[in-house]
Design a protein. Structure first.
Length: 366
């Protein structure tokens, strides 16, 4: 880690990392107690770290320009400043709040998980930092505890009211299986990705921000719908409850319809993956996107354009917005062996039409 050594004058004592994730299906269901199905992507965030003897935290990131700015604060004096350092401050604040004993540290962060892409760059940072601190200070925390701490930091310190999916994926997912997670019970199982499938992840070039108003507005709308329906969480409702949700005022009726149908689509997607029914899995992807576009209203023109370009490709089974929405990335399912070429074709057509600069993140060039 020459960057760490250049900055601090010695090699780090701990290096840890965590992956970004792509959510195959199950969007905005996690904070409603529902089902999600993410998988890890090759892009990762790495934290190099050396403990200090005092309370000072010194941290710099390779992703903040040249030369990287060194940020400093004291353990116990965390204060949000609405910048990337808040994710680091949030982790140390959360650890202290949870009764974990830590000291200051010098840290260097590097990441190839694109920011604002809907691929969970924030959770990758949180979990990578927590893994480094766990090793540096011998903290007795398992992988589930790391996920919960990362979510708490983002909810209560950063101010983004995200569910638990992103941190669970960063802490527990891998690239060969999908993590089928019940966010109410926290029960999970790993479902193998079909062997005859290529996964495509295309970043639209339209960045989003979970800490901005739209994401939190959707969560507030779901909470209001729960009050009107007399349920604790929208997870308490199933497909047979759809008729009673029609009486809700606009747009709450559509928000609830998305959550109910999306939970069912996750269950159906797991069944389709287990039997290798890729055409059905693809149709579930398209149905999920339509629901996010029309009922949950979290898509944007550029994302819709990519999905429509995917529909024209015979090698594509299905495509949908992935992540919190309002920009980000599209996940697609393709015939085995076709993913890179068809992904490049869609990216080029999208760039020519939209004027945006997309990035094909998965699969890598053969």
């Amino acid at each position: 880690m020459t960057d760490f050594q250049d900055l601090y004058g010695s090699a780090p004592t701990v290096v840890a990392d965590a992956p970004g994730r792509v959510n195959l299906i199950g969007e905005h269901t996690d904070y409603n107690g529902g089902f999600v199905l993410p998988t890890a992507i090759p892009q990762r965030t790495t934290v190099a770290l050396t403990p200090r003897r005092d309370r000072a935290v010194h941290v710099a990131s390779a992703n903040t320009g040249e030369p990287p700015a060194l940020r400093e604060y004291l353990i116990g004096m965390e204060n949000p400043i609405h910048d990337w350092i808040d994710y680091v401050q949030g982790i140390t604040w959360t650890l202290r709040t949870a009764g974990q004993r830590i000291r200051g540290f010098d840290a260097w962060i590097s990441s190839d998980v694109p920011l604002g892409s809907g691929l969970s760059s924030s959770a990758a940072l949180e979990v990578a930092l927590l893994r480094a601190l766990r090793a540096a200070f011998d903290l007795e925390l398992d992988d589930l505890a790391l996920a919960r701490l990362g979510q708490t930091a983002e909810n209560d310190f950063v101010g983004a009211h995200v569910g638990i999916m992103d941190q669970m994926a960063a802490s527990l997912a891998d690239e060969h299986t999908a993590l089928f997670l019940d966010t109410r019970s926290m029960a999970y199982q790993r479902v193998p990705l079909p062997a005859d499938l290529d996964l495509i992840v295309l970043n639209s070039g339209v960045a989003h921000d979970h800490a901005s108003g739209d994401y939190n507005t959707r969560r507030a709308e779901c909470e209001r719908a729960c009050e009107l329906l007399g349920v604790r969480q929208l997870r308490d409702l199933g497909i047979t409850d759809l008729p009673r949700t029609d009486a809700l005022p606009e747009p709450l009726n559509r928000r609830v319809r998305h959550i109910i149908t999306e939970n069912q689509r996750v269950l159906d997607a797991v069944s389709a993956m287990q039997v290798g029914d890729l055409p059905h899995l693809g149709q579930l992807f398209y149905a999920s996107h339509a629901s996010m576009r029309d009922d949950y209203q979290i898509s944007v023109m550029e994302i819709d354009m990519i999905v429509e370009l995917a529909r024209r490709e015979p090698d594509i089974y299905g495509a949908r917005l992935t992540g919190g929405g309002f920009g980000g990335a599209v996940v697609m399912l393709a015939h085995k062996g076709s993913g890179y070429n068809v992904g490049q074709r869609i990216a080029q057509a999208y760039a020519a039409t939209s004027g945006r600069t997309p990035a094909l993140l998965v699969p890598a060039k053969p």
